[in-house]
Each structure stands twice: as C-alpha cells, then as structure tokens.
Design a protein around this ligand. Sequence first.
Ligand code: SAH
Length: 495
Amino acid sequence: MFLTITTTGTTEHPATDLGFLLHKHPGKAQAFATSHGTAHVLYPEATDERCTAALLLEVDPVALVRRGQGKGRGGTPDAALGQYVNDRPYAASSLLAVALSSVFRSALKGQCAARPELPERALPLRIEVPVLPARGGPELVQRLFGPLGWASVEAVPVRLDAEFPEWGDSRYVRLVLEGELKLADALRQLYVLLPVLDDAKHYWVAPDEVDKLLRAGDGWLAGHPEHQLITARYLSRRRGLTRDAMERLELVRLAEADGSEVEEIDNAVDESQDTEERPVPLAVQRRDAILAALRAAGAQRVLDLGCGQGQLVQELLKDVAFTEITGVDVSMRALTVAARRLRLDRMGERQAARVTLFQGSLAYTDKRLAGYDAAVLSEVIEHLDLPRLPALEYAVFGSARPRTVLVTTPNVEYNVRWESLPAGHVRHGDHRFEWTRDEFRAWAGETAGRYGYEAAFLPVGPDDPEVGPPTQMAVFTLVNDSESANESPKEGKAA
Ligand code: SAH
C-alpha cells in the first residue's frame, strides 16, 4: 500500500523543501520498522521544479494474523483462508494512516525546526493513493474531501479485473487530491479519512482515540458537513466514544462561532516536546493555583466572575468544600458552552443546587454578587478597556465585597518566552492591555488600599529569574470591613 505526495516549486521556493517538511532527505531512501511491517520513504523525483515523496508500507500479513488483527471486514467466505488472503497488504487503510502519523510525526504537527516558516505556507500539492478502499464509493470520497479546500478531488473506481470489465468495479478507488494546502493540514485529513473510508480499524479503539481524532481534526472537523459520519466511523461506531466526541466538537463549534474566543495562547498544550510527560498546560496550573488559594482562605461560597466556558466552575464542583458556586459572564455564548460542559440539564438535584450561572457585566454593580466568601477574576481584567476598570473595581471590591478576591492576569514581561508569539504582541486578540509585574502590583496595591483590602502576590507557572512567571496572581483579603463600601469609583459611579 502506498501514497505519494508531490509538490512543485521555483528557484525561490524549491519543491525539494518538501524534504524539510517531512524531515526526510530527498536524496535518501529510508526504512522504518512499524508494528505491522516496514515503512519506506523514497523520492521518485526531486528537483527544484517538482518533488515527489512516496510512503510505502510493506505489511507483514502473517504478523497481522498472529496479532489477531488481520480480519478485514467482509472478505472471503472461507474464514481460515481469509486470514491469509485479504486486502490488508495492498489497500491504504488504518495501517497506512498509523504509518503516516509515526513516520511523518513532526510534519503532521506542522513542526519544522530547520525551517520554522515552511509549515505555515500553503503548497501546491498533489496527493495520490492508488488503491483506497472506500465503503460508500467515489461519491463518499467526494463528500469527505470536497469541503476541505482541495481544488480537485478525483476518485476513480478501480475495476475488479482490467481484462474483464464486465465484472464491474471493486470497492477500491484511485484517489488524487490537488490543491494549495498546508502540508500538515493535508496529512491530518488523510490520517483521519483513510480509516474512515476503509471503515475498519486494525486495532482496538480505546477512549484515547477521541483525543487523537480531535487533535487531528483541529481546524477542519468541527465544521465539516459530514463530521458525524467521520466521527462514528473513526471511532468504529462505539457509541459512548462517538457521543463524547460529538459533544466536544459541538463545544469547538460554539467557541468558533463566539466572537469572544476564549482559547488563549497560553491555554494551549505545548506539544513541541515529544516526551511521555507532557508539560502541564498553564491554564491547568492557573486553576490549581486558584483552587489552592480558595482552600487556604477557607472559602465555601465562590463567585467565578468572567467564568468563560466554565472550566473553573467544573473543577470547583468536584470539591464538596465549595458549597455554592456561581459563574457570571457577559457572553451568553460562553455561558451556553459552560452549561453544556457541566451538563447542567443532566445534573443530579444536589449538584445542581450548588451551581448557578448567570449573565451579567462586571462593569456594573449587581446585588446578586453580594454575600459570597470569595470572588475569582481569572484572566478577565485585561479584557476590559482601561477606563472601564475602575467600574469593575467598584462593583467587586466596593459593592460585592467578598472576604477574598483572586485576580490573575498575564505578565507581559514573560511574552518574550512564548516562542509562537511575535515580538510586541499580546497573547490574545481581545486583550486590551497586558501588565508588567510592577504595573500589576501598583494597580493591586492602590485598589486594595482604596477598598480596605490587603494584597499578596503569587506566581503561576515557571517563575523565570529574569522575566517572572507567565501568569501573575493577586490575593486580596478584606482587612477593614468598615471601610466605606459606598465609595464611588474614580470616574464616577458605574451604571
Ligand atoms: N475565567 C476564564 C475565562 C477568561 S476569558 C478563564 O480563566 O479561562 C475572559 C472572560 O471574561 C470572557 O468569557 C469574557 O466574556 C468575560 N468578560 C469580559 N468582559 C466582561 C465583563 N465586562 N463582564 C463580565 N464578563 C466579562
């Protein structure tokens, strides 16, 4: 079974750049051992104008059978013979998809250490899979690849026997995709859609397949008109997994539709290290730090102000020490996603009694915010225009007045350490400002003083000796309850 990837180029952008992208030198033929045979990568042509890489998987059918995984769907009526005579060695299937992902691992992730700018470029691509099993035929191939940005999708049925056309077509097609796409996008599509078209997997589909699907489907699957069929087939129609994946895709769609996109750069998992131990995402470290500070303060009734999609609320619910949890956000979209994430509609009565979500703006005082032990503002203040900030200060510290207030915000000094962040950029398009450690301390100190609080500061994430931690957190504790709760904000009373 094999596939070829061809690109064309110029002197300025030679086609042989493909070798950098695939991390495989065009001058060499290489072989890699995989669990089901040997994968070969070779370049039938490699000039500045045109370069083709071929991935050829030599499957060991006997090894497949020994592993008890060689039973293709349908096949010959003679089961015993079927173990040895089947299409697995020849047809592009999940075996090829797995080989693709292990041999071209970095390319799939869009990583190219030698030429970091290359993966971002859309290339003129031609991908050919000569024998692709397609349950659903050429028509389904069109429906699957059609919406994915290819200029042309060609799926020609392969005759059962070239000499006897009257025998008709086999269930295989010859697939040719042509268009300008990023190589990583093309490879991730194939990784998912080859086994989907084959509609069979050579291995047991475990729950982590949902993660793999969502990772490979990032950017194209959620909005694909056939996402349901793709998801069900990819997960071998395992119902629980399919439902789980469909729900997560729904969240992705809602987040994509939401202007106030909440996935921030520092929430992303850094997958650059191929080690077993993934670094803990900053968003998780932030939630852990918040939970620890809330526990230290002995808080039971907690407000999550600007709760976004409800990740913190979800964590708070897991600890019965938090008896009442209220999430507030100005974005109805975000609240809808949060409600789904928490499965509010399916929650038992006692859990449901602990949690409330409502829409509100922190730029206005709100009676519903009174009477809580603690309020959290996690990555929220930087979303307000600076002139509106005093109104938020008043609404939270002056009017709601919980004993403890936790505020986290990016430390702009750390931005030079984010490799993916161009110099001088903020971490998220909606950030109105990002502060240095000094600026944050000055703001927190002044606000605490004005409303009768004391402020302490904690780093979140690795505390860099030069630039400090990626996230800074202030813990405000109410010290002077008699301090005028009615003092008006600097720029006049909000609302
Ligand atoms: N607290 C979450 C979300 C941070 S994103 C987290 O730590 O991941 C910032 C959130 O603040 C968004 O959901 C946005 O809708 C909300 N927000 C921005 N301005 C707001 C305002 N004036 N009132 C209430 N929520 C606001």
